[in-house]
Every structure is written in structure tokens, then in C-alpha cells.
Design a protein around this ligand. Structure first.
Ligand SMILES: Nc1ncnc2c1ncn2[C@@H]1O[C@H](COP(=O)(O)OP(=O)(O)OP(=O)(O)O)[C@@H](O)[C@H]1O
Ligand SMILES: O=P(O)(O)OC[C@H]1O[C@](O)(CO)[C@@H](O)[C@@H]1O
Ligand SMILES: [Mg+2]
Length: 438
């Protein structure tokens, strides 16, 4: 059960300034397509889940709705804003940067926007990263390119040094675009700001192609990434079905969550097996099943998420990246080897075609759907910041834009539920066993 405290968004203080967007809000009070600022977006959305709380409707847990407020905290002409992108690349980073700059400038009249280069390094003097002045001219058309015009980095930086930099530059609002690690860093920045008694709003826009941040319908960039990944599955399928004993093996990103593998596999239903970190599989059971299928049907396509089946790889000392994330060993190459050996031991013919799109699924520009989503998240983030919200991320939950406290957004990881309807769809579409034989 999530408490009201855990759902409460921190604020810097009362909103006393008339918002330049106030006039747009009046007709929206009564439509079902807009959630008023005094309302809440329910956390739960089934009758059984709601009933399980056993509380009156107005006591049900809910998120603060996102969107413009009638009164705001910051005076637009006095505000100086910072934007930073951290962690791995993700389609749509440039769309978010562009959306933030356009909304701040054109709708709130904020004209001082600093782009910090290469993630949290951008705040630390010894890296010598130049700060960019972001203007509408500067961000025009950047959404047509993948990556981020600000650059990114991994590796921890001292929150005190970051806040020193924010203070020295007179930054009042910091937009942080990144994954779970980035949001942990953002929370430390917001806490350091609070300890020093400063009034700096820290607002996150969560990005992850892995879709592993909870309390979001999905993260931006995810749809573009899995659409790109689906092309690799199509390639593997065309190759595999063209030769006798064809096996197409596709390795996809997804460290701890198999969403990319599941959605890419469902996009064209060419996959016969989807292996994800959340659903362990016995190696021999899988290899036997695969060999039997290829014998019976002539070919097969296997999609494996990078975090799947790590327990089958030979033991090796753990390795970590600069941010402390475990560096996984390559399950794709391992399976390629083992499939070859297994078929050979059975005397079965096999032509294995290995496809690893790797970074190609995340370095591309956002598709139109993600571009729209990024723009709307950017608008939402600006509204929250101008209303003095802090230590929160923006997201969409059950179709509604909401403000989510960072501690909640990093409290757990979003993973594919082996008992949920997504995995059921994968089982239905692939026909792979729900329980493997020995
Ligand atoms: N617990 C933490 N406290 C403070 N900063 C952190 C923490 N974890 C990560 N960071 C910082 O956040 C930045 C990005 O983290 P990380 O490399 O883990 O990527 P991420 O944001 O999780 O994105 P992704 O996982 O999608 O690549 C790095 O500078 C990292 O040092
Ligand atoms: O090589 P890098 O930049 O560390 O990123 C790899 C990781 O990034 C992710 O795409 C998450 O952003 C993971 O799926 C993957 O393991
Ligand atoms: Mg991460």
C-alpha cells in the first residue's frame, strides 16, 4: 500500500503569481479529458483494487495531476533554467530538450536557459565543459537527430559540487533527463538544495528504452526502440526460413527488464521463443525444445534480452560501469555457441544467423508517436517547475499526465510480470512453453 506521504509532491512554497497560461484553463475544469489541479489521478484502476482499500473515494491513493496551474511560484522574467541529459542514449532526448526550451520561452517568457554538457560532469569545474545558451533558434530541428545535443555521461558526481554550480550560476530550475540512476542523482541534488535552504526546483523527465521505471504507462523512446528492434527480428526470420535448419537468434537490450524483447516480438509475431530476465529458463529444456521445433518446422527465431539466462554463463568476477551498473555477460554469443554444439551433438542440421542490433535501437531519432509523447512530457515538466514543484518526475499513468515524487519513481524497477497479461500475450504469440521440460 502506497501512503499519501509517498504520493505527495514536494513544493518550494506557495504559488502567488498569475500564470500566463491561466486563461487557457477555465474551460477545462469540467471536461473528462482534463484533470483539474485540485483533483487526483487514481493509482488503482480496477474495481477490485479500489475496493481492497476499503476507504471512501476521496481517501483513495492518487497522483497529483500534471498540467499548468492558475498561479505559479516563479516569476518568469526572473527565472534561470538548467537542462541536463545523463545515462545511456534514448530516442527522444532532443525532442524533450526542444520541448522544454520552446515551452519555457514561448509560453512562460523564460529566456535564460543553460544546457549543461555531458551529464552531471557538466556542473563540475574540473571537466571544463562549456555551458550552452539554449534558445528556440538553437533547438530548431534537433528532434530530427538521434542522441542529445547536450551529450551525456555515466559516473557519479558530488551533489555538493553540483549545487555549488547551480548557486553560482543563479539557476532556479533544473530539468534532469535520464534513467533510474539519473533520478537517484537528481534526488540527491534536490535534497542538498533543501539542506542549504535554497529554492531550486529539480524536475526529472524519465528516459529509458528498457521501460524499467515504475508508475509510467511506458517511458519515452521505448516505442521507437522496440519498433527498431522488431526490424532485426524480421531480418532474422527471413534469413532463418530461407535455409534448412535455419535458426535466427536476436539479442536485444534490456538489462533487467524484458519489455523491448516482448514488444518487439509481438510487433510481427515472427519469434518462436522470447527469453527475458524475469522468466528463467532451463538451458537444456530450451535447447531440446528448439531442436525439436527446427526438426519439425524447418526453422525457428529466438529473441533473447541481454539480461536473460545470466545464470547459465560461466562464473566470472562481477564488472561494473562508471555508474555502478553491473556489466552483463553476453548471453547472445553464449547461446549462439551452445545452440551450435547442441544441434551438432544431436546430428541435426543448423544454420544459425545471429543478429544483434545493439545501439542501433537507441541512437535513432524518435518516431512520431514518441515525438508527441516527449513534447507533452516536456510541457508537463515546465508546468510543474513553474509551479514550484521539486524532487519529482513527470509521467503518464493510465493515460493521464501526472507528477510523481522521485523517491516513488526509484522505489522499485518496472519488470515484465510473468503472471501478467503481457507475458501471456508473448506465450500466445510464440507458442513457446509456459513451463519447460528438462
Ligand atoms: N545512487 C546514485 N546517486 C547519485 N547519482 C547517481 C546514482 N546512481 C547513478 N547516479 C548518476 O546518474 C548518472 C546516470 O546514471 P546511470 O549511468 O546509471 O544511467 P541511468 O540514468 O540509470 O540511465 P540508463 O540506465 O537508462 O542508462 C550518472 O552520472 C550516475 O553517476
Ligand atoms: O553501453 P552502455 O551505454 O553502458 O549502455 C548499455 C545499457 O543501456 C541500456 O540501454 C539502458 O539504457 C541497457 O539496456 C543496456 O544494458
Ligand atoms: Mg539505469
Amino acid at each position: 500500500m502506497i501512503s499519501d506521504d509517498a504520493l505527495a509532491v514536494r513544493t518550494l512554497g506557495p504559488c502567488r503569481i498569475d500564470s500566463p497560461l491561466a486563461a487557457l484553463l477555465e474551460p477545462r475544469r469540467t471536461t473528462e479529458h482534463y484533470v483539474d489541479e485540485d483533483d487526483r489521478v487514481l493509482l488503482d484502476d480496477t474495481v477490485a483494487m479500489v475496493a481492497a482499500h476499503g476507504t471512501p473515494v476521496d481517501k483513495l491513493p492518487g497522483f497529483e495531476p500534471a498540467g499548468p496551474r492558475r498561479k505559479i511560484y516563479f516569476h518568469p522574467s526572473k527565472v534561470r533554467v538548467g537542462i541536463v541529459t545523463c545515462g545511456g542514449l534514448c530516442p527522444g532526448l532532443n525532442d524533450v530538450i526542444r520541448g522544454l526550451v520552446m515551452e519555457l520561452t514561448l509560453h512562460y517568457g523564460v529566456h535564460r536557459i543553460a544546457g549543461f554538457r555531458n551529464g552531471y560532469q557538466g556542473f563540475i569545474a574540473r571537466y571544463g565543459r562549456q555551458v550552452l545558451d539554449l534558445t528556440p533558434d538553437m533547438v530548431r530541428g534537433i528532434n530530427e537527430d538521434g542522441g542529445t545535443i547536450l551529450g551525456t555521461s555515466r559516473g557519479e558526481q558530488d551533489p555538493d559540487e553540483i549545487v555549488d554550480c547551480l548557486e553560482q550560476m543563479g539557476i532556479n530550475v533544473l530539468f534532469v533527463i535520464g534513467g533510474d540512476g539519473t533520478m537517484r542523482g537528481a534526488l540527491r541534488i534536490a535534497d542538498t538544495v533543501a539542506e542549504r535552504g535554497l529554492k531550486i526546483s529539480v524536475i526529472g523527465v524519465p528516459k529509458t528504452i528498457d521501460n524499467d521505471i515504475p508508475y509510467l504507462d511506458h517511458s519515452f523512446g521505448f516505442q521507437t526502440a522496440f519498433a527498431k528492434a522488431a526490424e532485426s527480428i524480421r531480418t532474422a526470420h527471413v534469413e532463418a526460413r530461407s535455409v534448412p535448419g535455419g535458426v535466427g537468434l536476436v539479442r536485444l537490450m534490456g538489462r533487467h527488464s524484458g519489455f523491448i524483447a516482448c514488444y518487439a516480438a509481438l510487433a510481427n509475431t515472427d519469434a518462436d521463443y522470447v527469453l527475458i530476465p524475469e522468466v528463467p529458463f532451463p538451458l537444456d529444456g530450451f535447447l531440446n525444445h528448439l531442436a525439436d521445433r527446427v526438426k519439425r518446422r524447418g526453422h525457428a527465431v529466438v529473441v533473447v534480452a541481454e539480461g536473460a539466462g545470466q545464470e547459465h554463463l560461466p562464473a566470472a568476477p562481477a564488472r561494473y560501469d562508471a555508474s555502478g551498473n553491473t556489466m552483463l555477460r553476453d548471453i547472445g554469443l553464449f547461446l549462439r555457441e551452445r545452440i551450435g554444439e547442441h544441434f551438432a551433438a544431436r546430428g541435426d542440421e543448423v544454420y544459425l544467423k545471429y543478429v544483434d542490433p545493439s545501439y542501433a535501437i537507441r541512437s535513432v531519432p524518435a518516431n512520431s508517436y514518441d515525438s508527441v509523447y516527449c513534447l507533452r512530457l516536456a510541457h508537463t515538466a515546465v508546468h510543474a517547475a513553474m509551479a514550484g514543484r521539486t524532487a519529482m518526475v513527470v509521467g503518464r499513468w493510465h493515460g493521464r499526465f501526472v507528477n510523481i515524487p522521485i523517491p516513488l519513481a526509484i522505489s522499485r524497477r518496472n519488470t515484465v510480470d510473468p503472471n501478467g497479461d503481457l507475458w501471456l500475450s508473448v506465450l500466445e504469440a510464440t507458442g513457446q512453453p509456459h513451463e519447460w521440460g528438462a
